[in-house]
Design a binder for this molecule. Structure first.
Ligand SMILES: Cc1ncc(COP(=O)(O)O)c(C=O)c1O
Length: 411
């Protein structure tokens, strides 16, 4: 088996100035985007189509690439898992009959090389489930060969290899996946005359997940029906817990010399013993967004108990962390640092500031619509002055929104 890095580009921009050396680049795009397909083709990426209609679209726009791969969705044949969902409810891929039609059409249109892809599990810690995907795809490759005379030369097992987010979970045994896949390869590919077939995966989390940590500081403690630990990070930095109810391990670092400007550690906290619905020592760790799912942990025993000024390190934030971030409530995204083997730390991305958030807003264009006088113009001018001040971005959004509402209301 050849080893190499497969770069999976899902609906992201393709950049020529970031060449992918020494590996393969798979381009997957859910919705037809001529520019992206064209760039992928120019870069020699493996184009993995998500829908039958893309075949004609590509053919008519720029011509189909030399190798065409399709993403298969097994629907009721497989169960999937909580992260990626039940395949029959998932928006991805082709049905089996569409696969047949797609390969047939591509052949008629002159395509000579073919691939097949599926991804039905995510964060999977069960070797058998990944091997099952290989079995499913090798079986389909056999059917495509016997029914259409098309040889599939590339099978992509997708990503989905999980990591041990929870203490006690095992690191996935990738050697066992290799052994299992090799076994079904012998049965369903070699023995059926389908070899050689290149087998690839496109794992993300397995590579990057454990390599990232979200470092946050406790800025608030609150006691009501539950005991809350408020941190200066929020789900804009890591939305997996809020989005999937996902577990991320948290370690407390007792900072004996926290920075100035935080609420005092020893301040008297309200006695909530009469209202508390959770045991003492169990906390919800929360961000400051105006969303009740902005939580990094729910009902989490934390020992030692975090105090204001302590540092909470949230583990396994290297996948679906910063890259899934957003600016809701006007939260600028945090900096990123690279921790190097020699112990040094290098800033590789600066923190955003409010200027970054407003950089794409075109006040002049809005002003030209509102004119110079009247309540809408006055509100816009207020919004503009707020934007120039690091006050409350939500207020700016409200200012622009109100100006628009006034404008529309006058029509
Ligand atoms: C098509 C596809 N390939 C690969 C991946 C990477 O998955 P993972 O990080 O779980 O390995 C994803 C993740 O969502 C995906 O949608």
């Amino acid at each position: 088996m050849r080893r190499g890095l497969l770069v999976d580009n899902r609906a992201g921009d393709i950049r020529e100035d970031r060449p992918h050396r020494g590996g393969h680049h798979v381009h997957q795009q859910q919705h037809p985007d001529q520019g992206e397909f064209r760039k992928a083709k120019q870069l020699g990426a493996i184009v993995n189509l998500d829908d039958l209609s893309h075949v004609r679209f590509l053919h008519e726009q720029d011509g189909l690439p030399e190798l065409v791969s399709f993403r298969y969705n097994p629907g009721p044949q497989r169960t999937g898992n909580v992260l990626i969902g039940d395949p029959k409810e998932a928006k991805f891929g082709f049905t089996m009959s569409q696969l047949r039609e797609g390969y047939k059409l591509c052949k008629e249109l002159g395509v000579k090389r073919f691939g097949l892809h599926a991804m039905v599990v995510s964060n999977c810690l069960n070797v058998e489930e990944i091997v099952e995907t290989a079995r499913m795809l090798f079986t389909i490759a056999g059917q495509v060969k016997s029914e259409l005379g098309i040889q599939i030369e590339l099978v992509n097992l997708g990503g989905g290899i999980g990591i041990p987010y929870k203490p006690g979970e095992q690191v996935m045994n990738v050697a066992a996946i290799g052994t299992g896949v090799h076994q079904v390869y012998k049965e369903l590919v070699e023995a059926k005359g389908l070899a050689p077939m290149r087998i690839v995966t496109e794992c993300g989390r397995y590579v990057t997940g454990p390599a990232g940590f979200l470092v946050s500081r406790v800025v608030h403690r609150k006691r009501i029906y539950k005991n809350y630990v408020g941190v200066d990070a929020c789900m804009a930095n890591l939305m997996r817990p809020g989005m999937y109810d996902a577990y991320h391990h948290i370690t407390t670092y007792k900072d004996e010399a926290p920075p100035a400007g935080l609420p005092p550690r020893g301040a008297a906290a309200p006695d909530n013993s009469g209202d508390l619905i959770q045991k003492q020592g169990v906390f919800d760790v929360v961000g400051g967004l105006c969303e009740n799912n902005d939580k990094f942990a729910v009902n989490r025993p934390l020992d030692p108990e975090p105090r204001v000024g302590d540092v909470l390190v949230i583990h396994d934030a290297g996948a679906h962390g910063h890259s899934m971030g957003f600016n809701y409530n006007g939260k600028p995204r945090s900096a990123e640092y690279l921790y190097r083997p020699d112990g040094s730390v290098l800033q590789i991305r600066r923190a955003e500031d409010l200027g970054d958030i407003f950089a794409t807003l075109d006040f002049d264009a809005a002003a030209s619509k509102f004119g110079r006088r009247g309540p809408a113009a006055a509100l816009l001018s207020l919004a503009r002055s707020l934007a120039a001040n690091p006050i409350c971005t939500a207020a700016v959004a409200a200012g622009v929104g109100a100006a628009l509402a006034l404008r529309l209301g006058r029509r």
